[in-house]
Design a protein around this ligand. Structure first.
Ligand code: GLS
Length: 828
């Protein structure tokens, strides 16, 4: 497709890089020449595919230009290593970032096609579990938008996060097949394949001059095949890449065995090797603890480190240059194996001495901690390590020995307790390798993801490390990309913003402040609320199509969407719903603004309580939605298969955002930011980024409730007694007792009892009962405020207008200045 020069301004005033006629021709050409079909035969999938291929023609040119510019200038770059990139769909986002959305919409309309319908054909790229993976996706968008040289490294999972279905209210997992019929966005790069050793043994050779030399004789080799996804920055000046590794057998199959008639055996190695990149582990914040997971992590790290060094060596021969050219960011502990792998390559293969190699590593790696939950701190058994990665275990032992001797012993001489706590090796019956300790010892910077979280990392998680390395632990508050999470997902609001404050808020979210003076302007309020209403209408259609439930758009849409975890307290929301339901049954005239409670959440397949909460909510929904006595004042909808593309429709339609984790447990949250950006009001605890949001918005414009981090700690120290709350609050007691009956599961009493047990007998670890009364009060205030639509609109506008800080461009600028010392190389 011939393209015009891209105008610098954003779309509403920009000349798009293609005309409508060129875009039409491009799509028709791709139908003919790329897909061997034509406009009469093609179905929507083919039209979507052809549109993506036409978009690629605009992208590839910029990709090559970016590559030449960065490689030619040998720029310092950040390598973002993450086992998860929760990308979602790319077509609408790429069109927006290329600033050709409207022209493409028009082009397709002329061809009798609806762009929005075609966008819905795209399977989500669900290569992540939740917030951590989505953050990585927002970050690579910002890196490209800001013109930073960067590459994302991840795994090319054959199956992303499972598809969720409900059967009689229970979660059923089905495989996700996002690339069953190919994926137009990815480019295979066989020229950059890597071979990755595993298993085997280590031989020590003694050389009289050079001393001991280690040789790892691997028992197996995997082939790592890279697939590149272009990442288009907004304005399309920079196009970086996300490089995803697929595992294959190093020999496709054994010909001798095949010729001897053993076809099945010859395939065995192939399928074993392919297993490594077959599935994303569906655990969020827990340790999968499997051999395959360790191999997956190592495979990914080894491919990425080798690729980084290959790129470095193209222009450099002095190893002193490595930390100047290369920053490696470890997204949580999942990519920790990159540390011993870099040490191994530098020492065993490149012949550097230990101290030089260690110095390079300490200047190259930085690590982000994303959670304080103890079960999420990865540990691998020493035995497993010895079997799979014998040489890396030796290296880790040596790093540990030197750290304990040179650092810990010097600071706390003779203190064995300190050594035991800080050691990379946990001494127990089953000795374990602590990945977080290895990260903190090596990294030159360690960051938490919101102010309170970063403080807790210093005071509670790693206090001794903080004493040892007082400048190492820093904070970088998370953010979300306004391109996807406002401009693309909420076109109505985006247009209102363009008209009110100009269209450059997309690149400078602080400009949103410009709407604050409009918060009391009744015309602006009306337009703002009309857009919300329209988004609710769209959402109501989706609800009706997927669940058959009819909801009124005059009701408050009260939304909780996030992974299902007890610390996120969907069960607290559940007992609030039951409280309202009971009040309505006892008094059908109970005065409340109608509410629609919306949920979206996947539970880790092995997490019993999380699955019980999903089941309970579905059973409660069945009952509530069919109970004519309550006159439609209450509806409960659990939408199946929560994913990025569904989230894009839910955030813009929400009135209330539920951010109700136990204080101190949600590291940051990012959904909280997306809701406010789209004009929802938050009911939340003083946890994670909610605290910083309250600073920006003003606490009085949110519904803050519950115990603070310190109060949680105090209560736990004193000894928390959930039964006290149960016996002292008759309404709470009756609601919990209800769960033991068969009211929600006719003929089967007790099916929901585990929820009650977890809140009483099992100790209510997440303090739901302690926060119940104040949560109810917050909801009472929500109900009162909604009756005054002008007052509600005012607060909604004040929320959206205060979101400038929670922009992933700001997060990336913080990383670039505080951690990576990275310079921009915008492409002219
Ligand atoms: C998480 C945290 O739980 C979230 O609070 C945080 O917003 C996210 C990104 O930093 O990381 N940690 C994790 O293991 N999964 C997450 O979503």
């Amino acid at each position: 497709m011939a393209t015009k020069k891209m105008n610098k301004k954003t779309e509403s005033v920009a000349v798009p890089s293609v005309t409508c006629a060129e875009m039409q021709q491009g799509i028709i050409d791709r139908l003919h020449k790329g897909l061997a079909t034509d406009k009469n035969k093609a179905n929507n999938k083919a039209w979507w595919n052809a549109t993506c291929l036409a978009v690629n023609e605009l992208v590839f040119e910029k990709l090559t230009k970016t590559h030449h510019n960065h490689a030619g200038k040998d720029t310092r770059a950040v390598n973002y290593l993450s086992l998860e990139f929760l990308m979602g769909r790319l077509l609408s986002n790429n069109l927006q970032n290329l600033q050709v959305f409207k022209v493409t919409e028009e082009a397709l309309k002329g061809l009798g096609k609806d762009l929005y319908e075609l966008c819905d054909e795209e399977p989500d790229m669900a290569l992540g579990n939740g917030g951590l993976g989505r953050l990585a996706a927002c970050f690579i968008d910002s890196l490209a938008t800001l013109g930073y040289p960067a590459i994302g490294y991840g795994i090319h999972y054959e199956h992303g996060l499972f598809k969720q279905e409900f059967q009689d209210g229970r979660q059923i997992e089905r495989p996700d097949t996002w690339r069953e019929y190919g994926n137009p966005w990815e480019i295979c790069r066989p020229e950059s394949i890597q071979l990755i050793p595993l298993y085997g043994y280590v031989e020590t050779l003694y050389d009289p001059t050079e001393g001991a030399k280690k040789i790892w004789h691997a028992g197996q080799k995997l082939k790592g095949v890279p697939w590149d996804i272009p990442i288009v920055g907004y304005g399309a000046k920079t196009v970086n890449i996300l490089r995803l590794w697929e595992s294959r057998a190093s020999e496709a199959f054994d010909w001798d065995v095949f010729n001897a008639g053993g076809y099945v055996d010859s395939q065995a190695e192939k399928s074993r090797a392919e297993t490594v990149s077959k599935v994303l582990y569906p655990n969020d914040s827990t340790d999968a603890g499997k051999e395959l997971r360790l191999i997956q992590q190592y495979f990914f790290c080894a491919c990425s480190v080798k690729d980084i060094l290959r790129r470095f060596k193209r222009a450099n021969s002095d190893w002193n240059e490595l930390p100047k050219k290369v920053a490696i960011q470890l997204n949580d502990t999942h990519p920790t194996m990159a540390i011993p792998e870099l040490m191994r390559i530098l020492i065993d293969l490149e012949g550097l001495d230990w101290d030089f190699a260690w110095d390079i590593c300490q200047k190259t790696f930085a690590y982000t901690n994303h959670t304080l939950l103890p079960e999420a701190l990865e540990k691998w058994s020493v035995g497993l390590f010895e079997k799979v990665l014998p040489r890396h275990l030796e290296i880790i032992y040596e790093i540990n020995a030197q750290f304990l001797k040179n650092v810990v012993e010097k600071k706390w001489p003779g203190d064995d307790q300190k050594k035991a706590k800080l050691s990379i090796i946990e001494e127990s019956d089953n000795r374990m390798v602590r990945m977080a300790n290895l990260c903190v010892i090596t990294a030159y910077k360690v960051n938490g993801v919101a102010a309170v979280h970063s403080e807790l990392v210093k005071t509670d998680l790693f206090p001794e490390f903080h004493e040892l390395f007082p400048t190492k632990l820093v904070n970088v508050t998370n953010g979300v990309t306004p391109r996807r999470w406002l401009k693309t997902c909420n076109p109505g609001l985006a247009t209102l913003l363009d008209e009110t404050i100009g269209d450059d808020w997309v690149l400078n979210l602080d400009k949103l402040k410009g709407i604050l003076p409009k918060a009391t302007d009744s015309k602006f309020q009306q337009r703002f609320m009309d857009i919300k209403k329209q988004n609710k209408v769209e959402m109501a259609k989706i609800i009706k199509e997927t669940t058959g439930v009819e909801v009124s758009v005059d009701a408050i849409f009260d939304v909780q969407i996030k992974r299902l975890h007890e610390y996120k307290r969907q069960q607290l929301n559940l007992i609030h719903i039951l409280t309202l339901y009971k009040r309505l049954l006892e008094n059908p005239d109970y005065d409340m603004v109608p509410r629609v409670f919306l949920f979206g959440a996947k539970a880790a397949p092995g997490y019993h309580m999380a699955k019980e909460i999903i089941f309970a909510l579905n059973k409660i929904a069945d009952k509530v939605n069919n109970d004519t006595r309550i006159k439609d004042k209450l509806k409960v909808v659990f939408l199946p298969n929560y994913r990025v593309s569904l989230a894009e429709k839910m955030f813009p339609a929400a009135d209330i955002s539920e951010q109700i984790s136990t204080a101190g447990l949600e590291a940051s949250g990012t959904g909280n930011m997306k809701f406010s950006l789209n004009g929802a009001l938050t009911v939340g605890t003083m946890d994670g980024a909610n605290i910083e949001m309250a600073e920006e918005i003003g606490e009085q414009h949110m519904f803050i409730f519950g115990l603070s981090v310190d109060e949680v700690k105090d209560l736990k120290t004193k000894g928390y007694k959930p039964y006290d709350y149960y016996y002292n609050n008759p309404e709470l007691k009756s609601v919990l007792d209800w769960l033991d009956s068969d009211f929600f599961t006719p003929g089967h009493p007790g099916l929901l009892s585990d929820i009650k047990r977890s809140l009483l007998e099992w100790g209510d670890e997440y303090l739901c009962l302690a926060d119940y009364a104040s949560y109810l009060e917050a909801h009472q205030k929500i109900d009162a405020l909604y009756r005054d639509q002008a007052a509600w609109a005012e607060k909604a506008i004040l929320n959206a207008g205060a979101m400038g800080k929670f922009n992933s461009d700001r997060s990336i600028e913080d990383y670039a200045s505080k951690i990576w010392k990275l310079k921009k190389f915008p492409i002219a």
